[in-house]
Every structure is written in C-alpha cells, then in structure tokens.
Design a protein around this ligand. Structure first.
Ligand SMILES: [Zn+2]
Ligand SMILES: [Zn+2]
Length: 332
C-alpha cells in the first residue's frame, strides 16, 4: 500500500498542485508530474450488473473515514494526512475511524484545474452583486477561506429503446404519431453527495463537469484534498435518475424531429447494457454559519462555475463597504 509521498529533494510532504497535474513540495517547491493525469488512457466503463463483484475497494493509500460531529458529513482522507477539520462546516470536532472494507474506490478523477487563489477571485466577483452587512459577517473569519474537496459522482451509459406517442399540429389539424426511438445515453451524471445534492443551486455547479476529461484514479491527486464519502450508493443513484433521464430523452426526441413541434410526448423506455463510472470531481467549498444556519458556496474546481446560498436577511449596505470589507482577507 502506498504511503504519503515524500519530497526527493528535502523530505518534505508533497501535496497535489491544482492546475498543474502534479505534486508540489510544501517546503522547497519541488514539482513532479502525476503520470496518470497526463495519460491518454480513458476511464474504464464498468458493467452495472456485475458491479458488486468487480468494483475496486482499493484506494491506493491508507484511507480513513472522518466523520464531522457538527454537520454529519463523512470524508475519506489519507490516514497520514488527516486534516482534522470538516470541509463542509469548518468544525474541528471530527472523529476518524478505519474504513469499512466495502467502500468502493473510484475509477476516475477530474483533477483540480482552478487554484485556490483563482477560486477566491471568482468568489470576490460573485459577491460584488450581493449586499452584506459587515458587522454581522465579521465574526465569520472563515468567509474568505475555501477548502478543496472531491465529491463523488456516478455517470451512466445506457442504450435506450423507446416506444413513443405524440402529436403535432399541421394545417390546423392535430396529427397523432407513434414511433420507435433508439438512443445511446453517454455519461449521464448523478451526484452521490447528500450534503450538496439536496440544494438545486449547488447541484447545478456539480453537473457542470466535462466528464470526458476524467483521468484514471490515482491517490496522488488526493494528496492534501479529502474526498466526500458517497452517501448515495450505485443502485440508489441509478434508481433515482429515472424522471430526469426521461426528460433528457424527450429533449432528444424533440431535437431529432426537426419538421414538427411534438406535443404530449409519452414514452415507454427499455434500458440495455447499463454501464457506469464512479468519478470523484473537484469542488472549492466555503461554508459559514449565520443565525444558526449553515450556508454553503461552491465553485466547480474544473470549470470555475460558482453558486451559493446566501442569507436573505443580510443588510443593504453599499457595495463600497462590502468591497472594503472583502479587501481585508488574506489574498491580494
Ligand atoms: Zn522539498
Ligand atoms: Zn461538518
């Protein structure tokens, strides 16, 4: 089992370097490319039906589950690099336990492209449009601090065969039609994080990945970055996506028939050759408490898309004040 990598120049700890597909030494700046992340090897598609027998449980490192006592989030971290705090709420009251053997390891990873500094500028730009009351937020020292984490996502490939009924209007007359429709679904994503998937705004950021750029999983890309433990299992993920997948198929049907505007589409679909990939994807996350509620802002670590919850009751101070306040954070 692989241990934490040490710097060959000075013996310091190597951590993942966002945007560079490499490991960097925190002490001397020594940099080394991670071969998996620059390879052209595609991430393997796994067969859904045999998943239980074939899924890998090897994280390639000594993994620990860390559970937060404040918000309940569970993350998987390298035992030798435990950060001791919860990236979802900033709490330091976390418990580490050895992982149960049945935690599936991912097949693929989308490495961080957005650096922490870039994440901060994206945030600063976003917050310009939101008024805030400095004295209320002053207690939230962590507001300028983003944590990098990986979030679990299952993507599904499936061949669909549908019988469909619909109608369209031609020369003021209703025409009924029925047809067969075949369509290969590719990389349909289901976010396996209960912490983030329950919020539509945050979810839109987590559906914004270019999954075709995923690389074969390597623990090196997790050096210094915890991974959220999936709280939605593979079968549950597939079972939950029916309605959304149906909308996706209707959309495809509408696009296929370019001569008519189809109305009242009704589809009866069979699914064949279901395959999946279990990916972990990068997120910069920032959470803060206000009025005893936890608010979360997330930035897609690949594309930079940002969304966040924001307290409506914040005051209506001028933008100038807000910007001045933000200026006092650690970045320049
Ligand atoms: Zn070094
Ligand atoms: Zn927490």
């Amino acid at each position: 089992m692989e241990q934490t990598k040490k710097c060959p120049s000075c013996g310091g700890t190597l951590i993942f370097n966002p945007g560079f597909d490499s490991l960097i030494c925190q002490s001397c700046g020594h940099n080394e490319i991670i071969p998996e992340l620059v390879s052209k090897t595609p991430v393997t598609e796994m067969d859904f039906l045999t998943a239980q027998n074939t899924a890998s449980h090897d994280w390639g490192m000594e993994a620990k589950i860390v559970q937060c006592k404040q918000c309940g989030a569970e993350t998987i971290q390298n035992k030798l690099q435990l950060s001791g705090l919860c990236p979802f709420c900033g709490s330091t009251t976390v418990d580490a336990a050895d992982p149960a053997q049945d935690i599936m390891a991912p097949q693929g990873i989308i490495p961080f492209k957005i650096t922490e500094k870039r994440a901060y500028y994206i945030f600063k730009d976003w917050i310009k449009d939101r008024f805030l009351a400095p004295e209320k937020l002053a207690a939230n020292a962590q507001l300028g601090k983003f944590y990098g984490i990986y979030v679990p996502v299952f993507t599904f490939d499936v061949f669909t065969y549908s019988r469909l009924n619909a109608h369209y209007v031609e020369n003021n007359r209703r025409q009924n039609m029925s047809a067969l429709f075949q369509y290969q679904v590719d990389d349909f994503p289901v976010v396996a994080s209960k912490q983030l998937a329950s919020d539509k705004l945050l979810l839109s950021v987590l559906k914004d990945y270019r999954t075709n750029e995923a690389k074969p999983y390597t623990p090196d890309a997790m050096a210094g970055f915890p991974c959220e433990h999936y709280s939605i299992g593979l079968s549950e993920a597939w079972n939950s996506c029916g309605p959304e997948l149906n909308w996706h198929l209707r959309d495809m049907v509408s696009k296929t028939d370019k001569t008519h505007v189809l109305l009242g589409i009704n589809m009866n679909t069979n699914y064949y050759n279901l395959k999946y990939k279990y990916l972990i994807v990068p997120v910069w996350i920032n959470s803060f408490f206000y009025d005893n509620r936890l608010f979360t802002i997330v930035i897609n670590g690949q594309t930079g898309k940002i969304e966040g919850q924001w307290p409506k009751s914040f005051g209506t101070f001028a933008k100038k004040t807000a910007l001045f306040f933000l200026g006092s954070f650690g970045f320049d």
